[in-house]
Design a protein around this ligand. Structure first.
Ligand SMILES: Cc1cc2nc3c(=O)[nH]c(=O)nc-3n(C[C@H](O)[C@H](O)[C@H](O)COP(=O)(O)OP(=O)(O)OC[C@H]3O[C@@H](n4cnc5c(N)ncnc54)[C@H](O)[C@@H]3O)c2cc1C
Length: 378
């Protein structure tokens, strides 16, 4: 494959990079420290067309375009992973079930304002007892008249505290495994709905919440897709999200690498810049090589996704390799900074903390290896 970004994609990448470096990067340290999200970044991103990259113009979008979405994730995560993650969720799982499975009315009511950045979406699948095995959803949804009554708990919901709506998976039929799961759109004002914020290691600007549902009434018109087919609906969109997490990993790795490269040229020990030592040069050479390989895997998977081709294996490989790569790169970038890397006055400790999540959400590294193994016929 002869791969090069198109002229349009190169222009888009430059525009996204300018926005990210000018408007996101200066906020990173402060909002990580405050563990707070700069909410106005949503309407600002919406105004610039950055929240509708996977969606057509009829809803206010600019896509669909997985390569552009990957470039956006890469450039914003390079600027700050915590802030970027809010925008990435909004461009993927926070809206895609509405676009893919929602009625026209739900699209107008939730998707259109989400693309403008006026409504923030969250996606709640994980439960206290349900993580990697998503078919084990325990939360129940009981039909009653014109509503469903939801009972149960969700956890680790990205953007969960600030969300204006949440996309929630619940079980409409007991004992059916993959069958019997349905997707609902829930508003936080609904009776019986409460939420609580959680604290985490990295991507601290982005909020994360635990949801509790106690006889929470959701109108039937808020069902997304077919009743009982929620598992299959959700699984049909994961490949795109995995590619995007791969892209975010590449962006964060680039930030760590570029900081380390600069430092290696400036910091002097034993009478010369540390970048003159082969031990440091080889670290940087390996980091640059790995970033290049990961980015190619991400772009190739995105390119195939845009052609409408199945790319389950390529998406998992890109996510697996890029997410493990960013952890190696962040580790070495901090090492190159010595003691200064460990201090909060440099961004290395933040990159190091932020990198860790890439191997966990959207399917852990172990789950990606399982998927790849299955694709190999094992
Ligand atoms: C910051 C953050 C944001 C998140 N955002 C969201 C969100 O917005 N919405 C949402 O629904 N969820 C979200 N999640 C949840 C995330 O997707 C899950 O944490 C992840 O899928 C793993 O589930 P778990 O934590 O329950 O781990 P478990 O599934 O309990 O896994 C524990 C360990 O066992 C391993 N393991 C499990 N099964 C196997 C197997 N078959 N073979 C080998 N190893 C296995 C795992 O890889 C892991 O190492 C988020 C999580 C975090 C930390």
């Amino acid at each position: 494959m002869d791969f090069e970004l198109s002229e349009e994609h190169k222009i888009f990448q430059r525009t996204a990079a300018q926005f990210a470096q000018k408007e996101i990067a200066p906020l990173g340290e402060e909002y990580d420290e405050k563990e707070e999200y700069p909410r106005w970044i949503f309407p600002r991103s919406g105004e610039l067309g950055f929240l509708g990259i996977p969606y057509p113009e009829q809803y206010g979008g600019t896509g669909p375009d997985t390569i552009a979405l990957s470039l956006f994730a890469e450039e914003t995560t390079k600027a700050d992973a915590g802030i970027a993650m809010g925008l990435v969720v909004q461009n993927t799982v926070g809206t895609s079930p509405i676009y893919n499975f929602g009625s026209e009315e739900l699209k107008q009511r939730y998707l259109v304002p989400a693309i403008r950045g006026e409504a923030i979406g969250a996606f709640a699948l994980t439960e206290p007892n349900v993580g990697s095995d998503v078919s084990a959803v325990e939360m129940s949804a009981r039909e009653e008249g014109e509503s469903y009554i939801l009972n149960g708990a969700k956890t680790f919901v990205s953007s969960g505290m600030m969300a204006d709506y949440a996309i929630v998976a619940a079980r409409t039929e007991k004992g059916k495994g993959h069958e019997g799961i349905t997707i609902f759109l829930v508003e936080p004002q609904s009776s019986g709905f409460t939420r609580k914020g959680l604290k985490k290691l990295g991507i601290r600007a982005q909020d994360i919440a635990e949801f509790t549902f106690e006889d929470c009434h959701v109108p039937k018109e808020n069902v997304l897709g077919e009743v009982g087919k929620g598992f299959y609906h959700l699984m049909s969109t994961v490949q795109k999200t995995r590619i995007v997490v791969g892209a975010s990993s590449v962006g964060l790795a680039r930030a760590a690498f570029e900081t380390a490269l600069r430092y290696a040229k400036e910091r002097r020990q034993f009478g010369q810049p540390i970048g003159k030592f082969q031990g440091i040069q080889f670290k940087l050479a390996d980091m640059a090589t790995e970033i290049e390989l990961a980015s190619l895997a991400v772009y190739k998977a995105a390119w195939r996704n845009d052609k409408g081709e199945q790319c389950i294996k390529e998406a998992s490989m890109a996510k697996l390799y890029a997410s493990e790569m960013v952890n190696r790169v962040a580790y070495q970038a901090l090492q190159i900074h010595g003691g200064y890397g460990y201090m909060r006055e440099y961004p290395l400790e933040r990159y190091y903390r932020d990198a860790r999540i890439m191997e966990i959400f959207e399917g852990t590294s172990e789950i990606q290896r399982l998927i790849i193994s299955r694709q190999l016929g094992l």
